[in-house]
Design a protein around this ligand. Structure first.
Ligand code: SF4
Length: 286
């Protein structure tokens, strides 16, 4: 268990490790000066993290060490971690400290055929930190994965993308209208372009689609996402994630307008139908 106290930065007694990403964390980096934040984002010397969690079996192949970044440009209606939307809700962590944290687990992750996953929030809001961290972890011989919405994929060079063994793309929608509806008005042309670029580079991908009754359980939309994913030729796995209410308390405590307050989980039949659509398109779907 490590507590964070970066020289010259805000001191925090909050542990960098969390039991799960659902732990509410806010204002942890609010004492970091704006100029330091700008420098951090430009250089990647410093990152803002919600936490590290260990032992995840759902964030890539094998057992994963996951670092959860803060900051996101999307405002998904179904987001279960809205406390990660704001950069300064994260704990400021030097790149050196983050690398050392991964190094502690490197031997075990390799032995268990697991790896390290950078998630969020949206990790590429801190693209320099992400790129440098991936390069260091890759150098340890540990499998690397990113969970991203893909919007800022252009921020990574081809060489930097080769430091990432697996891109887990959270595909919100295929049509621009539905994408805007789900994400609070954000466009998705850059997301689709990033996917095509990954395909051109032959980089392995997993595709994720969150199934929300009344919002994303649209047959035509799912069909379009599935067809697009299959056309890429690099999607090894497609995961249908059933909507849940684990993040509801965060929306309420943050005073946010939670439009899905009365939405339940999708039925087994609805999940099976979604999986069938993705499989029919030729994807290895679960
Ligand atoms: S992209 Fe992810 S972190 Fe960002 S709002 Fe959507 S679900 Fe939340």
């Amino acid at each position: 268990m490590q507590t964070v106290s970066e020289p010259g930065q805000a001191r925090s007694t909050v542990s960098l490790e969390a039991k799960s990403p659902f732990e509410m964390r806010i204002h942890l980096g609010e004492n970091v000066a704006e100029t330091d934040v700008k420098t951090a984002l430009k250089t990647g010397d410093l990152g803002f993290l919600h936490s590290f969690t260990t032992g995840s079996a759902v964030d890539g192949p094998g057992l994963r060490l996951v670092a959860w970044t803060t900051s996101c440009m999307f405002r998904c209606q179904y987001c279960h971690n809205p406390d990660t939307w704001t950069l300064k809700n994260g704990i400021p962590v030097s790149l050196e400290s983050a690398v050392a944290e991964v190094q502690k687990y490197a031997a075990g992750l390799k032995a268990l055929r697991g790896g390290f996953t950078l998630s969020g929030g949206e990790p590429l809001m801190q693209d320099r930190f992400a790129a440098r961290l991936f390069a260091a972890v890759k150098g340890m011989g540990v499998h690397t994965a990113i969970e991203t919405n893909g919007f800022y994929g252009e921020r990574l060079s081809d060489a930097e993308l080769h430091d990432i063994d697996l891109v887990i793309l959270d595909m919100k929608a295929f049509t621009p209208e539905q994408h805007a509806r789900v994400t609070g008005g954000m466009r998705n042309d850059d997301v689709l372009e990033f996917c095509k670029r990954l395909a051109g580079l032959n980089r392995p991908m997993w595709l994720r689609y969150v199934l929300v009754p009344g919002l994303t359980d649209l047959p035509d939309e799912m069909q379009a996402v599935a067809n697009f994913g299959a056309s890429l030729g690099v999607v090894e796995r497609a995961e249908i994630l059933p909507f849940h209410q684990l993040g509801r308390f965060k929306w309420e405590r943050l005073g946010l307008d939670y439009q899905l307050a009365n939405t339940g989980a999708p039925s087994d039949g609805s999940i099976a139908n979604a999986v069938a659509i993705f499989r029919a398109a030729g994807l290895n779907a679960y």
